[in-house]
Design a protein around this ligand. Structure first.
Ligand code: HEM
Length: 517
């Protein structure tokens, strides 16, 4: 009895002690973390502290880029804030963005739930040596296939784009006098350009494979968006819904990967090193070369070749399709809202190009009104309003503040393009702001739709070519107006990865201008 009581007392005492030890341990842990955060916060750029654990998440309303813009108005052009566990540093001054993004130390990408799923494959979300090698290789490869302002390759790219433009116009003409939703027609035409460069694949309009492909992309986008909360509050990862979303993402990615893999296998079967057809062939060539030289596949940094090729195709497709489609939709929306600007473009095209043919790249130098209209669309729509998030590769100082390695660095391109100190009446659609006193087109250094620095857009040249050829050929062939009885579509963007117009422009009928007759 005595022994039993002693044991009970001993157990109680031990429980008491372990509860106390646990309590002391947790308190010390919290204190250390609290001190760490305090030290970090004192050295960080100014910004709202928010609530413990949640940070500023409960105070977010509306579009994130507009929320950040409001914070920069309050705290200055370099701010920091917490969204859940993530430390966000926002830069809204173009000189600061440019100076920072020129540095090697700002070329990292943040480690998030999203990048974990990609397992370091591709180019957009990679960092370090793998990213650098991929970027250099892709830059060369894309130039070889016509992404260049010079040489015979440029003509090859122009022909490729123009054959899509011509088909696009044919599809529109066939719709005759019915209102047209441009979204799906643009989607096929723009996809065909990038898919041809990447893997010599083309889709026809109403192609079942393409519809499935787009469906998978849209579903994938929605699934990733539903993970966003766990991105900021990691404990949400342990909720039951999270793992089923991860499973759905894996299934979605598997189907996409299978589509790409079939194309890769097809390329392997028909590969001819003396005739490189597309970007996939250049990867296969690189693998063959490294095998023959016995150097291993340096370009792949020990990664699985097929998975890397799949992700590269996926990265370039998603970076290059939605961006151009949104830019063209915005362009048409702004023409609907500013019919006098549309007529100015059409008159210039009539005078310079004439009515017997469609515009060519070489006409661009003589089309300041058309070019400045496109630049103004890119400025005012800022389709990538927060650029792509960077991360410092090490703890680093910026403007006297200390940025830790894990911070997410957001370049607020939207604010740069809407800064009244840089642009006169930035909310007004005014293409002539890009034309100087001599009538020449000029782009100020604070015009940054493609970002700036070491990680700036890899597809800028292709984007400019495509937007010019589609937009000018379209306006040279058609007028745009809303169908009778309908109101003008809104100029408000939809929040998301890319800023898309909320309403998709529909045309009343294949119309009367120029070559459309
Ligand atoms: C209007 C069209 C486009 C716009 C406005 C645009 C804009 C941007 C921006 C702002 C970035 C982020 C730069 C940074 O991280 O600092 C970016 C990155 C990128 N863009 Fe584009 N882009 C467009 C079209 C394209 C096209 C057609 C391609 C494909 C050929 C492409 C491929 C890429 C790639 C691969 C990156 C990542 C570069 C890297 O991480 O090193 N983009 N783009």
């Amino acid at each position: 009895m005595f022994v039993y009581s002693a044991l009970v007392l001993w157990n109680l005492a031990m429980q008491e002690i372990s509860t106390r030890v646990l309590f002391v341990f947790l308190t010390v842990l919290l204190l250390v973390r609290g001190l760490q955060m305090l030290r970090e916060a004192i050295a960080l750029p100014p910004g709202p502290w928010g609530l413990p654990i949640l940070g500023s998440l409960p105070f977010l309303k509306g579009d994130l880029h507009l929320h950040f813009r409001d914070l920069t108005h309050k705290y200055g052009s370099l701010i920091s804030t917490r969204l859940g566990s993530q430390l966000i540093v926002v830069l809204s001054d173009y000189k600061m963005i440019r100076d920072a993004f020129r540095k090697e130390e700002f070329t990292g990408r943040p480690n998030t739930e999203f990048t974990n799923i990609l397992e370091g494959y591709g180019v957009v979300n990679t960092a370090g040596k793998l990213w650098k090698d991929q970027r250099r290789f892709l830059h060369e490869g894309l130039r070889h296939f016509g992404m260049s302002y010079l040489g015979s390759r440029k003509a090859q790219m122009e022909n490729r784009i123009m054959s899509e433009v011509e088909e696009f116009l044919c599809v529109l003409k066939a719709k005759q006098d019915k209102p047209v939703d441009l979204n799906p027609i643009f989607a096929v035409s723009i996809s065909n350009v990038i898919c041809d460069v990447l893997m010599s694949v083309r889709f026809s309009h109403n192609d079942a494979r393409f519809i499935r492909f787009m469906d998978l992309i849209e579903q994938g986008f929605k699934l990733f968006s539903s993970l966003e909360a766990a991105l900021f509050i990691p404990i949400l990862k342990y909720l039951p819904g999270h793992s089923s979303t991860l499973q759905k993402i894996a299934k979605n990615r598997e189907e996409m990967a299978q589509f790409f893999q079939e194309t890769i296998e097809d390329h392997k079967r028909t590969f001819d090193p003396s005739h490189l057809r597309d970007l996939l062939d250049t990867y296969l060539f690189e693998i063959q070369k490294a095998n023959e030289e016995g150097t291993g596949h340096n370009l792949f940094e020990g990664k699985d070749h097929d998975r890397q090729m799949q992700q590269i195709v996926g990265d370039l497709f998603s970076a290059g399709m939605e961006t151009i489609k949104s830019s063209l939709q915005w362009a048409i929306l702004f023409m609907l809202h500013n019919p006098e600007k549309m007529r100015a473009v059409q008159e210039e095209l009539d005078q310079v190009v004439g009515r017997q043919r469609l515009p060519k790249l070489e006409d661009l130098a003589y089309l300041p009104v058309t070019e400045s209209t496109i630049l103004e669309v890119l400025r005012i729509s800022s389709i990538v309003p927060m650029g792509t998030t960077h991360a410092p590769t090490r703890d680093i100082k910026l403007n006297g503040f200390q940025l830790p390695r894990h911070a997410q660095i957001v370049p607020l391109l939207h604010s740069v393009h809407m800064d009244p100190n840089l642009w006169d009446e930035p909310e007004t659609f005014n293409p002539s702001r890009f034309i100087n006193a001599e009538g020449k087109v000029t782009k100020p250094e604070y015009f940054l739709p493609f970002g700036v620095g070491r990680r700036m857009c890899l597809g800028e040249i292709l984007a400019r070519m495509e937007i010019f050829l589609f937009f000018s050929s379209f306006l040279h062939s058609f007028d745009v107006a809303v169908p009778e009885g309908e109101t003008l579509p809104s100029l408000k963007g939809v929040a998301g990865g890319y800023d898309k117009p909320q309403s998709i422009p529909r045309l009343p009928q294949a119309s009367t201008h120029g070559l459309g007759q």
